[in-house]
Design a protein around this ligand. Sequence first.
Ligand SMILES: Cc1cc2nc3c(=O)[nH]c(=O)nc-3n(C[C@H](O)[C@H](O)[C@H](O)COP(=O)(O)OP(=O)(O)OC[C@H]3O[C@@H](n4cnc5c(N)ncnc54)[C@H](O)[C@@H]3O)c2cc1C
Length: 389
Amino acid sequence: MSPTPRIAIAGAGLGGLVCARVLQQHGVPVTVFERETDPHSRSQGGTLDIDEDTGQAALRAAGLFDPFLALSRPEGQEWRLYDRHANLIRHDRAGEGDLSRPEIDRGQLRTLLLDSLAPGTVRWGHSVEAVAPLPDGTACLHHHDGSAEDFDLVIGADGAWSRVRPALSDARPRYAGVTMVEARFDDVDHRHPGIARLVGRGTMSAKAGRRSLVMQRNSNGHVRVYVTFRGPQDWHAGLDLADTEAVRARLLAQYQGWHESLLDVLRDNEGGFIDRPMFVLPVPHSWQRVPGITLLGDAAHLMPPAGVGANLALLDGAELARAVIGHPTLDEALDAYESVMLPRALDNAKAAQQMLSTLMPDTDSDDAAFPDTLWPADSVPDSRPAHAG
Ligand SMILES: Cc1cc2nc3c(=O)[nH]c(=O)nc-3n(C[C@H](O)[C@H](O)[C@H](O)COP(=O)(O)OP(=O)(O)OC[C@H]3O[C@@H](n4cnc5c(N)ncnc54)[C@H](O)[C@@H]3O)c2cc1C
């Protein structure tokens, strides 16, 4: 590696932060520019399952595996699948000592990464507007206040709507045809025992045709709900999304015929509903290498949420940092990083796309609700009615 390269990371998400952490561990200075005004300006979202081969490998590389484990919830790997009549179709319990995909609140993981960085590494309230390659192989970063700064390497870790991506590719995220509407329950064990029973200690999905309800237990009795359905992005046409009762009525109409215990998920939630249309980048998404600029995580490979996006962002971040440390030039480092990251992203994006079309078919028939491919042939379905106990 050339002596003290000037490195900027756009975005203090999981991928950008782990990249900064690994660089700093090896004495490489780095600055992270983050649009949010401070670490607590926005709720960081729900729970993430961190996979052994990807997210956990990255946290090991960052020297943060043990503190991660201390915060994680291995019991959160439990998973229940219901039909729309609230019959329990499948129930996977987390095995004793199973650490293959423990859950952690996204906010806790982000705080762990932030606290591991040298003070002042993240410049909060600092939006990156654009990045342009320069003839000498460096890159010019345009800040939100109109100023500009040159770096030897700019890493776009700024998520779905990356401002760095246009320097490498013309691709734009497109609507995937599926929307998630987010809701929440607090103190679920005391205030909502029926919801607590449905979700158990981990995740539950209930599905039929092109609709599903997904709930995930977070720490401290919080539960996040994702009301997920295939349909137009303007499914809420004519509604004010801030009008919780109107949104609730529209959602209940969509889930007509579902069991009362499942409809309670839409009736009893706390707070409002947040519309989260699903966007994806084209598959494949690639680019001709540009000196001094690269991407990681969602900026490089935004795909349907199939439980891999955060894991890949973490792995990308750790691997990119290691490539920078381990190669004599940044050019060689980017060659090494992109030649592994891009094919891996392609494989995962194809699998996520396939999963989305299997789980959210373009049909409303219950027949399509539980395709055989969802679980191994030898798994024994559990058909106890969830609402019985
Ligand atoms: C509902 C839902 C559930 C999910 N569940 C899972 C799961 O269980 N497991 C899993 O692995 N993945 C999951 N994912 C996917 C995962 O959230 C993403 O893939 C992951 O967050 C990508 O990380 P990142 O660091 O690339 O980007 P992000 O987490 O999006 O971080 C990008 C950062 O860049 C900042 N930023 C944006 N623009 C700018 C700018 N112009 N200048 C400066 N900063 C900027 C943002 O504020 C943000 O802090 C889920 C996604 C959704 C939508």
